[in-house]
Each structure stands twice: as C-alpha cells, then as structure tokens.
Write a protein that binds this ligand. Sequence first.
Ligand code: DX5
Ligand code: ZN
Length: 215
Amino acid sequence: MKLSVSILSFKDRVDEVDCINDLVKCKIDFLHLDIMDGLFVPNKTWNITEVKKILPNNFNNYDVHLMVNDLDNYIDDFVSINPKYMTFHIEATDNPKKYIDLIKSNNIKVGISLKPSTDLELLKPYLSLVDLVLVMSVEPGFGGQKFMESMSDRINELYKLRAENNYNYVIEVDGGVNNNTINSCQNCDIVVVGSYITNNNYQISIDNLKLKKDT
Ligand code: DX5
Ligand code: ZN
C-alpha cells in the first residue's frame, strides 16, 4: 500500500514551502496536489503558476487530483509538471473517454474519480481504460472531514470488479484517512492522507498508519 500525502492544509501558510520540503524528507510515495477551481467545488487552490512556485526540487512523484470544470485547460497546464498520475472527476464531463485519451496521450497515467453520491455504475464503461480509480471518502472540497465508512463497500466492489475482469487500475482512497479509518481501506493500493499527517508530526503520523507492506 502506497502513501500519497495531500498538502491542502499547507495552502496559504507563510511556511508552505518549508512544510512541503520537510514532508518530502519523510517516507512518502506521492505528493497529492488537490487542484480546485472554486466552481466544481466551492474551494479554490493552486493554479499551475502557483504550484510551480511551491514544488520541491528533489521530489517529483506528483499525484494530481483535478476538482475542476475546465478539464481542457487544467490538463494542458498540469501535464507540464509531468505527474505520475492525473485524476479527473467523471462528474465534470459528459465525455470521459476524451480526457482519458488526452491524459494518456501525454504519457501520464490517468485516474478517474467519483464523489460519494455518484453511482459507481457511471464508472463501469471506463474501468478497462484507466490506470487508477480514486474513491472519494469525503465530499470533495476541503480537508479535515470525517471518513465516510460506507465508501469501504465501494473500495471492495472495485477490488472485486478488477479481479473478475482482469482490469489494471490501482485503487486509491481520499478523504478522512487516519490511523483508524485506514483499517477500512485495506483493499486499496494507495491511500491519500492529508490533515492526519500535515497537522501533526509527519513521520510519527506516517509510522502510526502502519501502511500494509506491498506484497
Ligand atoms: C478533498 C481532497 C482530499 C483532502 C484530504 O477534496 O481531495 O485530498 O485534502 O485531506 P484529509 O486527509 O484531511 O481528509
Ligand atoms: Zn484529493
């Protein structure tokens, strides 16, 4: 199980860059960049210019989570930091295949995500095409929310679908994950953790997660 740390809670802090540089000294696999436009979700975070100012020099495993309406422009912008994964929300388009192809055409692994209230059926036509499925275990827009236990059923259903159909996607969960709720995410390949780590001692919190060793 890999760890992708959301830096959302560092936004607008005067020591934002120092926090990020301290964080990447710890054992993390990805930096999770929550890109919000204030339209798809009520919160607004970094644009590409702002992101480029805060990224660390010695770490480039970025896991970009687009919570935006204007996928064409944001995808074009964010391919420039060459993320390991770029994930968009199925609720943001009536043509997911177009954006799966667009992200893949840039040799970037593509993720698709759904809000807790969106029916998983909507994703099924695309599961054979994507590299990652991001299960939101909170309503997207803010960090520090409570993990929605019902989303562990969704994780387990995606785990089963993958095995039954030989799909290749990794399963990622995002929102309210901590040293307790991680127990409901054991079938995930990547967990996104924000405030549990970024609001506490980073390495102690990471150690407390007792990430299931990759088999
Ligand atoms: C919410 C974001 C999450 C969030 C995770 O819209 O997608 O990545 O920042 O933060 P915590 O772990 O505090 O819920
Ligand atoms: Zn996120």
